[in-house]
Design a protein around this ligand. Sequence first.
Ligand code: SAH
Length: 347
Amino acid sequence: MRKIIYNNLEFNELNSSLQDLKVEKFRTNQIFEGIHHLFYNNFESFTNISKKMKRMLEEEGKFIKIELIKKFESKVDKTTKYLFKLEDGALIETVLMRYKDRNTICISSQVGCKMGCKFCASTKAGYERNLQVSELLEQVYYISRLENIRINNIVLMGIGEPLDNYDNVIKFIKIITDERGYNISIRNITLSTCGLTKKIDKLSQEDLPINLTISLHNPFDSERSAIMPINNKYKIGEIFKSAKKYYESTGRRVSFEYTLIKDVNDSDRHIDEIVRLFNHENFHLNLIPLNAIDEFGKPNTNLKDLEDFKEKLVSRGINTTIRKSMGIDIEGACGQLRSSHKNELRK
Ligand code: SAH
């Protein structure tokens, strides 16, 4: 029989696995709470289970763990980046951002990425696999244990395309918002996607009203396709249709991310088209400075240009904000750390 992976399971799945092992029903609560409220990732830590039962549970299954390889503290802001090694040796990154009133964590959803965006470091080091539910959860639990903090916000914006790992990401969201576990409010979870419209439509039917943000980066199909190959499959028109549907079914305002790239997407022509696309809908535009990577050959965004672009959009009635770039001195761009660490290992 296949071994149970305890920290991959939703409450009901854990319950039926334990029932199969003839464990009393009330134990499901104890074990689920141990894993998701107290962050145990071994049966040794449990004080409310007998030795005999622990041995039996260890025989029948296991916990998946992650290992911290390196921790990078930013000197310019309260950002910390963690490089984790998974059981098969794969590397992922997680970022913690501490603000006055909250802690936000940016987690990875895959090892590498298939999407091939030209400006993104995550995709350069290649795609290996999806993260398991336990590996998504452990990023939150590991940092909560290590730093002795509570995470208030989760953004699925690290390495990978979260909607390309749909089933595990949905389970992760269900478990992390479970009242018997970490109990994060669904409104404090944000998922960023490059625009997989079929999956966005599916998500809008899940009764999980998380915040959705879509990487736009260019309002013209031909130009967007040149920097984001996924646009050959899901066009901008479809993306806006799905965004509208998402807003209508969840009541959550959808955001779009726009990394401003000099001489690529920063003209008045681009502004006119963004205004046309937004069409008075209740959308929001989040401008991001480009965090330059060698392979793309474009410079970091000039912050004055970013301000000017924002002002032009605001004056045209577009709800626009600038996302501050955090941890710029610790290779803040997603995937940069994994990619440079892999290169280091190759040397
Ligand atoms: N795959 C998802 C989430 C990961 S990337 C997505 O595409 O949305 C998170 C955000 O960072 C995306 O908007 C992505 O386009 C942007 N991004 C990636 N590389 C960047 C870079 N070098 N500089 C600035 N933003 C970048």
